[in-house]
Design a protein around this ligand. Structure first.
Ligand SMILES: *Cc1c(COP(=O)(O)O)cnc(C)c1O
Length: 379
């Protein structure tokens, strides 16, 4: 594969390599082809809509969690549009129903509130209930939909079987960056709690959090689970990964602005953890930089910081073979998902440009941001 010349892109910028995205999409499509299941892109994780025509060649559609996401998927991909939200807003409902073909409710209250509206929408919209299996294998509560007292999904105790008339499917989402052995254990619990109801359903949505495109992911096990569930309950399985679609397909290219010293060497970049890669602070995690090592692994160690005034806007400590100097470019890897969907303009810091790469067109700058993008969301 021809390497991308990162010196030719604007800085900072997110660069998505469509060749790598296609590779992920091919793997996901092979699972659809082998099982007949349908895979949706969860827009929460990756919403770079210039790639939606490409994504739509492989996947069945998108899943949204809000009016705007649903509209984006409807307008920019135009395939299946599913929506789930912890609660829907009454005054948005008519517009939302114009975009979607599947709607999943978080509770029987919400189902009762919107049932008539959905059924009189003038088109067929399949309805589902999100269940909380109360089983997950996630350590961090922030990312665990099944932690104690979670608001996400209906527990078995609150599952009202008398209100299932008009419900076509069930939905659960209980994973985060996990392999198919975790899914296998979750399915066991889902069957135990909701198996009797599944026989009446047209579909079961396994949610997201499947790390399918990661090197060590056990695809065969996933295929077996999907086939088993579809056959046993005579229904269609949906998966809605976000991260797995865009995993390892993009970069954040940044430039060193200044070098300082305060007990150690410090480098300030034209990017920001808090503005451009918020999961570095939220998850938290340490992103990889091409050609770098852990602190003190290579000759020159720096603490890399962002250009906001937030004291904690620090990306981490990295070492390099050569000393850094202003103008040097750094390339952060795996920056396509949960980056541009979560960034913001805190401190008036501009957003990174959005760039794509493919062999036919080379580097394509799709979007650059300016003052009006900043002022336009304030007043
Ligand atoms: C976040 C989310 C997804 C996507 O999760 P990934 O971890 O990005 O695969 C799918 N479905 C629901 C309901 C979600 O909340």
């Amino acid at each position: 594969m021809k390497p991308i010349d990162f010196s030719k892109v604007p800085s900072p910028s997110y660069v998505v390599d469509e060749r790598l995205l296609t590779k992920n999409l091919e793997l996901l499509k092979s699972i659809q082809d082998r099982t007949g299941c349908r895979i949706l892109l969860a827009l929460k994780g990756f919403s770079m809509h210039s790639t939606f025509p490409l994504v739509g060649e492989y996947l069945a559609g998108i899943t949204a969690s809000s009016l705007h996401e649903a509209r984006l998927g409807y307008e920019k991909m135009g395939k299946e549009v599913h929506v789930y939200a912890p609660a829907y807003i009454e005054h948005e409902m008519d517009e939302l129903l114009g975009y979607v073909d599947h709607i999943v409710f978080n509770s029987f209250n919400q189902w009762a509130q919107f049932k008539d509206k959905v059924k009189s929408a003038g088109k067929t919209i399949e309805c589902g209930i999100r269940v909380n299996p109360e089983y997950s294998e996630i350590e961090t509560a922030l990312y665990d939909p099944c932690y104690t007292n979670s608001r996400l999904g209906t527990t078995l105790a609150n599952f009202d079987k008398t209100q299932l008339d008009g419900i076509d499917g069930l939905h659960f989402h209980a994973m985060c960056e996990q392999n198919s052995d975790t899914l296998e254990r979750i399915i066991e619990v889902v069957e135990e709690k909701f198996g009797d109801v599944l026989h009446q359903m047209k579909w079961l949505n396994f949610g997201g959090g499947h790390h399918i495109t990661r090197e060590d992911y056990d695809v065969e096990k996933l295929v077996n689970i999907i086939n088993y569930v579809q056959e046993k309950y005579n229904l269609l399985v949906y998966l809605e990964p976000g991260e797995a679609v865009a995993l390892n397909t993009g970069y954040l290219v940044a430039t060193v602005l200044d070098i300082q010293e305060n007990g150690m060497d410090l480098a300030i970049l034209d990017t920001s953890a808090t503005c451009h890669m918020p999961d570095v602070l939220e998850m938290p995690y340490r992103p990889m930089i091409i050609g770098s090592g852990q602190a003190n692994e290579l000759a020159h160690t720096y603490r890399l910081g962002g250009l906001t005034c937030l004291a904690g806007d620090v990306i981490g400590d990295y070492s390099f073979e050569q000393p850094l100097k202003p103008g040097d470019r750094l390339v952060f890897t795996d920056m396509a998902h949960y980056s541009m969907v979560k960034n913001h303009m805190f401190n008036g810091v501009n957003l990174p440009s959005i760039v794509s790469y493919n062999d036919e067109e080379g580097i394509k700058v799709i979007r650059e941001f300016k003052f009006e993008d900043y002022s336009g969301r304030l007043s």
